[in-house]
Design a protein around this ligand. Structure first.
Ligand SMILES: Cc1cc2nc3c(=O)[nH]c(=O)nc-3n(C[C@H](O)[C@H](O)[C@H](O)COP(=O)(O)OP(=O)(O)OC[C@H]3O[C@@H](n4cnc5c(N)ncnc54)[C@H](O)[C@@H]3O)c2cc1C
Length: 245
């Protein structure tokens, strides 16, 4: 691992650092999105060649793992934050966490979180307001909005407001709006995902790589899953080191 902030991974028992810019470490817990880890693994060979003595087999192992992880699919999501003047009970037909739209329904939005109901302490103090977050796109981003680099904030705002009027009956003008297009921000597990991740983990243990994979890319996307699976990974490392968890 390089000390200059750039991460490259070189798994080699025989490799040694030629440069004092490289940190030798015992174990990596990778919490990056799989696409970022895949890119690091695939470009690491080039960097490690110039800094360490590595075998061709080492290069093959890191490249193969990088290629495996590249198959996990990620999608873009547009997030539109909207604020209205007035309390949630005055703006919304129902007060609650929010709503999700089933994929069988034609809708611009995937779901809406009623932020002011969940975290009223984050509302502005000066006057009653209602904050909502519309999440849009995902697997349908291109079909609904086209190229994520070209879609304008105004188009996304209009799509979000249209859905709020259709689904929640809100027709009034918002007092504030903010649009963010989050690129490759959520993995969508496809048929065969479990096999893919199991194969990658088997590959890691077969080659005794000191690497644990955690985060939303592998065994569940929700925050709860990420925390739960990170605990499992940490416990497994403790067990291997002979500590009871
Ligand atoms: C719009 C949206 C709404 C969601 N709503 C919910 C919800 O209501 N409830 C719920 O449970 N889950 C929700 N999720 C899912 C959940 O938030 C994520 O799956 C989870 O936060 C992912 O955690 P993580 O630690 O795997 O990744 P992250 O929290 O994304 O952490 C990955 C880190 O890696 C860093 N990184 C990326 N590339 C590199 C690189 N090359 N080098 C160094 N660092 C890098 C990033 O900067 C980031 O800090 C939502 C997700 C989205 C996108």
């Amino acid at each position: 691992m390089q000390k200059n902030g750039k991460v490259t991974l070189s798994f080699s028992k025989t490799g040694y650092a030629k440069s004092n810019q490289i940190e030798n470490i015992d174990h990596v817990i990778a919490a990056l999105p799989s696409h970022a880890l895949s890119a690091i693994l695939r470009r690491s060979n080039h960097v490690s060649r110039s800094n360490m003595e590595v075998s061709d087999n080492h290069e093959l192992v890191t490249s193969t793992l990088g290629i495996m992880l590249r198959h996990i699919h990620w999608v873009d999501v547009a997030v539109v934050n909207i604020e209205y003047d007035g309390r949630p009970s005055e703006i919304l037909p129902h007060v609650g966490f929010g709503h999700l739209v089933p994929s069988s329904e034609a809708s611009n939005v995937l779901g809406v979180v009623y932020d002011s109901c969940v975290f009223p302490q984050h509302d502005r103090l000066s006057s009653p307001s209602t904050r909502l977050t519309c999440m849009m796109g995902g697997s349908w981003f291109q079909d609904l909005f086209g190229d994520p680099d070209k879609v304008t904030p105004a188009e996304l705002e209009e799509a979000a407001l249209h859905s709020l009027s259709e689904q929640l009956g809100i027709h009034k003008e918002p007092s504030n709006m903010h649009v963010t297009v989050c690129r490759k921000c959520i993995p969508t597990y496809r048929v065969g995902h479990t096999d893919l991740v199991e194969n990658a983990e088997d590959f890691i243990s077969e080659h005794s790589l000191p690497l644990s994979l955690v985060g939303s890319s592998y065994w569940g996307v929700s925050i709860n899953d990420c925390i739960f699976n990170s605990r499992i990974a940490a416990n497994n490392i403790l067990k291997k080191q002979g500590f009871s968890s």
